[in-house]
Design a protein around this ligand. Sequence first.
Ligand code: ADP
Length: 430
Amino acid sequence: MSRNRQSAQHIPLKIAVIYAAFGALWILLSDRILTTLVRDPGLVSRLQTYKGWFYVLVTAILLYLLIRHHTTALKMQFDEIRTIFDALNSIVYVVDFESHEILYLNRQGELLFGDWKGKFCYDVLQTGQMGKCAFCTNNRLIIDGVLQPPYLWEFQNTANQRWYQCIDKAIRWTDGRLTRLEIAIDITDTKEMERIKGEMLSAVSHEMRTPLTAVLGFAEYLVDNDPPEEERREHLRVLLSEALRLNQLIDNFLRLTRLKARRESYHMAPLHPAELLNSLIEKCVTASPRHHLRLEVDKKIPAFWGDQEGLLLVLDNLLSNAVKFSPQGGDIVVGARAVQDEIFLWVKDQGIGMPPEELERIFTDFYRIDNTDQRQTGGTGLGLTLAREIIQLHQGRIWAESAPGQGSTFFLALPAAPSRIPASDTAGGN
Ligand code: ADP
């Protein structure tokens, strides 16, 4: 860059030297050549006038070519640099250190803040500022007349409310004046992720306390006392169910964090709905004696592509919700059916149900319907968010049908395999 600047500074000298060399050669040689070629003194004196005009013409062309060559080269250099800055997904701008006038703003900045030429940074890039912003970094960029190393900071822009990580540096502009260069990288998504993580972490640690307290309490009771067999078994059953709940909570949390950070890998394989639901039911030791679990699988249903572990986690969440939100017990039906190009899986309960206006909101982070009077156990409001994330990764859909006091049915619709996957021997329904 400094090399380019140096060569740019030398351009006028270079042009002057070429011009002077050409002029000197002309003075030295043109008369000699003319008198050698033309013997007639009268003709020589007439040709002198044309020679003068010829000199003016040639030097004008020479100057034009030299200047054009160098300005094109300079413009190309500037365009190259501008193209790089314009291609950046960050805002890059240069502001006069004293007047705060914007001298340069890249394309990304223009797209966000519009017309900037001849305006001040606090007018264009911020909002509600009448003069230099309180958070201006100028006083950190030059201390006692000495240019400081780049200054790194984060801030929330007052005009578009987005978060930026900024690198500020005092630089000398092309005309020698002091300016502030800023490169601002949008980190709003990272910030949002950090916020969600923090929220999740505190909600999860809070929710972990309930099952953990139960596990500790029952374990302590069993160690300190020697209850009769029946009572012991009942305590152990509660202990197991609370430990499983804790496990599901941690699973959901870790899975969701990985999904949000796009660090989750999937193992898509042919899945047979009957096998999938059977393994779900086998694992489901949490179901209470008050609930009657039933499987409804269409025998002719084809296999489809999916991630077994992910889908089991979704179904497990739906099933534990069905148990959790039907405190009076009742039937819980888990089913599968082919509907046109999709495989429908569902979990239906006869529990407390939900008002229609909640049926979409329940899929957002931490959302829980305020029904503490009706439900007995806690949760994190993460299960359905996780379920939707996983189903969306399968290009599928998830939704609920419900009414207060009428039970709920959660449906999953997953794309059927484009070409038929051979049916498994063990696949079947009841
Ligand atoms: P959690 O169950 O941990 O609270 P979820 O994301 O799984 O979180 O569910 C969000 C909310 O949706 C629940 O708090 C509950 O209010 C409602 N909900 C989910 N499943 C059912 C169901 N089967 N019956 C009634 N309400 C339900």
